[in-house]
Design a protein around this ligand. Structure first.
Ligand code: ASP
Length: 333
């Protein structure tokens, strides 16, 4: 082990070579270097456009996000309009239009957003509105509240000019009819049926934002709300550290406050990949995970990305500047 003084000197020299703020590198490498509650320095903030979005549909979200940034939009514009693209896609069976209904055949939607200032907005148990993510943004920007639910959220959306429409597609209705044939109550976890969109962006100014939108578990109990609209569970953004979003069984994410956990681990020096791994391990240590899937996706302010899932099969789209890749996340399997 190096004496602490030598360690500090070498770390500072390395930081200078890498063009990083030495304090930040020290904090990342040596937990005793500074109190963990202090924000990371913004010296190494990435400013070339960075986006992450869950699942294959994340490609379309990131493409729209990039268009927003090119037109001068912020990270918030990128994530809201990026995820709205998938909300309108009738083939996405766990988000927006075409989302699978609850046990009673009604499509109910959850979404939230968070911006670089730490403001947050969300809606849950929202019916008949195609773009819950845009309503979540309106809750954040136009009310003093964070979360509106059910009929109140619907009334708010209509008052803001959102149009109502039936979100139950013919495909979704057929899937629900089929599901009803089985007498057992068992909502379907999105291991196969995965389109919930969580999206994180860092814009050309280096600021972060995130959005998460879903129709939740297929055939859930009426009134069930998952992690996706809950700040700290399905999404968390700290503009001095990084951002995280979750997909999969919301109950497991809520019991461990996963996205907040990931951001706090990054604040303490973990990379996005290490933090996502730790958050999945936290779930596995607390409950049986054979039948549940959760995936975490995170970025930090220096442009690093990482993800981890309990089981294989979770993938995400990463866009850096104009380049987009679809990446398979590692898993605990
Ligand atoms: N997390 C969502 C929920 O539990 C579902 C999903 O991501 O597939 O409502």
């Amino acid at each position: 082990m190096l004496p602490r003084r030598t360690f500090l000197r070498r770390a500072a020299a390395m930081a200078a070579v890498l063009g990083l703020d030495p304090a930040r590198l020290l904090r990342a490498a040596d937990p005793t270097a500074a109190p963990i509650s202090q924000p990371l320095s913004s010296g190494a903030r990435f400013k070339s456009g960075h986006m992450l979005a869950t699942w294959n549909h994340g490609i379309a979200s990131n493409e729209e996000g990039w268009r927003q940034m090119q037109a001068g939009g912020t990270a918030l514009d990128a994530v809201v309009e990026g995820t709205a693209v998938v909300e309108s896609d009738p083939t996405g069976s766990s988000v927006g239009l075409g989302g699978r209904p609850d046990r009673d055949g009604k499509v109910t939607l959850d979404a939230c957003v968070m911006n670089a200032a730490g403001d947050a907005g969300g809606v849950c148990f929202l019916e008949d509105i195609e773009h819950p993510v845009r309503v979540a943004r309106a809750v954040m920007e136009d009310t003093p509240h964070v979360l509106l639910a059910g009929q109140g959220a619907r009334d708010f959306a209509i008052a803001k000019g959102f149009k109502t429409r039936d979100l139950l597609t013919e495909d979704s209705r057929k899937a629900w009819e089929e599901w009803k044939k089985s007498a057992e109550y068992k909502p379907i976890i999105n291991i196969e049926n995965h389109d919930t969109i969580g999206m994180l962006a860092q814009d050309l100014e280096g600021n972060l934002a995130g959005a998460c939108t879903t129709s939740g578990l297929a055939f859930k109990l009426r009134g069930r709300v998952g992690d996706s609209p809950i700040i700290g569970a399905g999404l968390f953004v700290d503009n001095e550290v990084g951002a995280c979003t979750a997909t999969g069984l919301g109950e497991a994410v809520m019991k461990t406050l996963g996205s907040f956990l990931v951001v706090e681990l990054m604040r303490q020096g973990a990379s996005p990949a290490e933090a996502c791994l730790e958050a999945t391990q936290r779930i596995a240590a607390r409950m049986p995970v054979e039948d549940l899937q959760v995936g975490y996706l995170a970025m930090d302010i220096s442009g690093r990305a990482g993800a981890h899932a309990i089981h294989g099969g979770f993938n995400y789209a990463r866009t850096l500047g104009q380049r987009t890749q679809l990446i398979d996340a590692p898993s605990l399997d």
